[in-house]
Design a protein around this ligand. Structure first.
Ligand code: ADP
Ligand code: MG
Length: 642
């Protein structure tokens, strides 16, 4: 038979039923797509087996070796071979069960898929048997089975993944990248199960371990570090039979991508972009555009209100009443955030703290949409309902690290971003009052071209000056950022060294994915002037950086570059480099809402005039660096002229 398609002639071969081994390999591709998917399936089996202690070890990104050991119920000797057959499961027996699934697994596909594409060994023992069993499966067949003395529970070892499918092997990434995916999957599962003690070992190094004490905050501490554990707001909310619990990050934890958002539905980690958007919507007005809030949210709904059988890897679910769930999530997040911010605002006024202290929301949270969905509910949740799951913690090593960094920060507190202009500032350091310069000389061509002096600053953000018949309002941040961006670009492309050696190296604590991003992309970081070394256990030591600063500033900068690397996608090299350089420029640049002294104002004006020579009129994001008003325009405004 032939078919015409887009001018090509396609010869259709005869239709045949595929041999079992090919069919299994095809099916396996969906379930055991890469090492992280294998780890996910094995760990989910351990959770279903009732384990409260699960250890995961991988080597070479899991491609060569994956081991998952649990203290669950084990598998009976008579059932071992059945467990490895396709569609073999102990979790589902009738079609009705499919609509009330309370286990992680139910499709009976994982073990058969994994052993179709790798060598698998299992050691398992149930409580009622004296001895355990060791069995070996290669290419889907049991090749060895012996009795063995061992503890209760199961160990699965998966080796040589995809060795028999070279085509699929090609799709795997570098070991480090695959290890990163495993890390991501395990982190999410640990966040979804604070009652289970997880430990994750990669190439003989322990990457993280959780205590299993039931505290979500403790899991966050292990995975994302102290700033996240301290920077979260608890959420507990019930409406219409659904319960939303977990934590959301304070606005300052928001990052440039969604990788630090974890959504859990009935204990299952899933992906759902709509819910992620709903959460962002609830943060509206308190987070800058392009930033995404941190969260770990559990949605608990009756089992029959959610279909978990819509995705082969079970990473998506379908709610019976989706829009209702979105509404409830919105209310839960908004209530938690709104309540918290209100409290913090009170604290700020009570203690009469300096106005320049970071305040989470500049504007009152006003939601313009009138639709009831977006109407924030002002009632706060009954505090008695709030479980005391945010227990106190103060692991010693975290404290020590913090102290060490605080010491280094102290040394740098006097060296700020303007250090390169130190000589200028020292001259007029005490002269902080804006100077009103009077220019009454006749305006000549030469004067117009000369860089003007500052008249003053308004709203601690805009620098004023006049040149000839024109009055200028300069956005200090936009101007400084653009000037710095141009300098950085020039030195980056001329391969000049743009790094500053730090007097005292600074230790920066990162979360696991950031840590891996930094280590895997060390050339990118060194290209931008960083000298960063691995300091072990999720920390790096920064010896040199493109800007001088304390741990906080350097960490922010590293994180922004990580975000840029993680979301690089199809960006061209030049686009990516410019984005990263702009990130550095932006961090370095003087902020809005900062009072400047006259020398600093002059510096900003000089920069704008330098940019003008190159016809550069905007910041790297396209915002103008200055706005002009001609004398005539002003006269017209005052009706002096028509
Ligand atoms: P599913 O999880 O969908 O049932 P799997 O192929 O993952 O299918 O596992 C098949 C069966 O093997 C499970 O239903 C379970 O009975 C058993 N099993 C797998 N892993 C374990 C384990 N770690 N501990 C106890 N039983 C297990
Ligand atoms: Mg399973």
């Amino acid at each position: 038979m032939t078919q015409e398609k887009k001018g090509m002639v396609i010869f259709m071969a005869e239709i045949k039923v595929l041999p079992q081994d090919i069919a299994d390999k095809i099916a396996a591709g969906e379930v055991a797509e890469r090492p992280s998917a294998v780890v996910k399936e094995l760990v989910e089996n351990s959770i279903d087996a009732g384990a409260d202690r699960i250890e995961v070890e991988i080597k070479n990104g899991g491609i060569r070796y994956i081991r998952v050991t649990d203290n669950g119920c084990g598998i009976k000797e008579s059932q071992i071979e059945t467990a490895f057959m396709r569609h073999a499961t102990s979790k589902l027996s009738s079609i009705d069960d499919l609509y009330k699934i309370g286990t992680m697994g139910f499709r009976g596909e994982a073990l058969s898929s994994i052993c179709a594409v790798a060598d698998v060994e299992i050691i398992t023992k149930t409580a009622d048997c004296e001895e355990g069993i060791y069995a070996k499966f290669s290419r889907g067949k049991c090749s060895q089975k012996d009795k063995l003395a061992c503890g209760e529970g199961t160990t699965m070892v998966v080796e040589n993944l995809f060795e028999n499918i070279p085509a699929r092997m090609k799709f795997l990434k570098r070991d480090m990248t695959e290890a990163g995916y495993v890390n991501d999957v395990l982190s999410r599962i640990a966040l979804a199960n604070p009652g289970i003690a997880f430990s994750y070992i990669c190439d003989d190094k322990e990457i993280f371990s959780t205590t299993g004490d039931g505290s979500l905050k403790n899991v966050i501490l292990k995975i994302y570090g102290l700033d996240h554990a301290k920077g979260v707001i608890e959420v507990i909310y019930k409406e219409d039979g659904a319960e939303i619990s977990g934590v959301i990050g304070k606005p300052e934890l928001a990052r440039g991508n969604r990788t630090r958002q974890t959504l859990i539905v009935n204990s299952r980690y899933i992906k759902n972009n709509v819910i992620s958007k709903v959460v962002s919507e609830a943060y509206r007005n308190s987070i800058m555009g392009g930033k995404f809030p941190f969260f770990v949210l559990n949605i608990t709904v009756p089992l029959d209100c959610v279909d978990v059988n819509v995705h082969p890897a079970k990473t998506e679910v379908k709610f019976s009443d989706e829009s209702r769930i979105y509404e409830i999530v919105y209310h839960a997040v908004n209530n938690a955030l709104y309540g918290k911010i209100k409290k913090d605002e009170n604290k700020v006024t009570e203690q009469n703290v300096n106005r320049e202290e970071p305040v989470y929301v500049q504007e009152e949270m006003t939601h313009k949409k009138t639709d009831s969905f977006y109407e924030p509910r002002r009632e706060t949740v009954n505090p008695k309902e709030v479980k005391a799951f945010m227990e106190s913690f103060s692991p010693e090593d975290e404290e020590k690290r913090e102290n060490l960094n605080r010491e280094s920060e102290a040394i740098y507190s006097t060296v700020d971003f303007l250090s390169e202009n130190r000589d200028v500032y020292q001259v007029r350091e005490t002269d902080l009052e804006p100077v009103i310069t009077e220019k009454s000389e006749p305006i000549e061509e030469a004067v117009i071209k000369k860089t003007p002096s500052p008249i003053g600053q308004i709203f601690d953000t805009y620098v004023l000056c006049q040149s000839g018949d024109t009055f200028y309002l300069i956005d200090q941040h936009a101007a400084h950022e653009r000037a710095r961006f141009e300098e950085l670009k020039a030195s980056y492309y001329s391969k000049e060294k743009m790094s500053q050696i730090l007097l005292v190296p600074i230790i920066v604590r990162l979360d696991l994915s950031e840590y891996q991003t930094v280590l895997q992309n060390s050339e990118i970081f060194s290209g931008f002037g960083f000298d960063i070394e691995d300091f072990g256990s999720g920390s790096v030591i920064v010896n040199a950086s493109p800007l001088v600063g304390g741990e906080g500033e350097l960490r922010d900068l590293i994180l922004e570059i990580c975000d840029a690397v993680e979301t690089r996608g199809g960006m061209s090299v030049a686009e990516f480099e410019e984005r990263a350089l702009d990130t550095i420029a932006c961090k370095y640049a003087v902020k809005a809402n900062k009072k400047l002294n006259p020398a600093e104002m002059q510096d900003i004006i000089n920069k704008v005039w330098e940019l003008e020579k190159k016809s550069i009129k905007t910041c790297p994001h396209g915002r103008p660096v200055k706005i002009e008003f001609s004398k005539t325009e002003i006269e017209k405004m005052f009706k002096r002229k028509l």
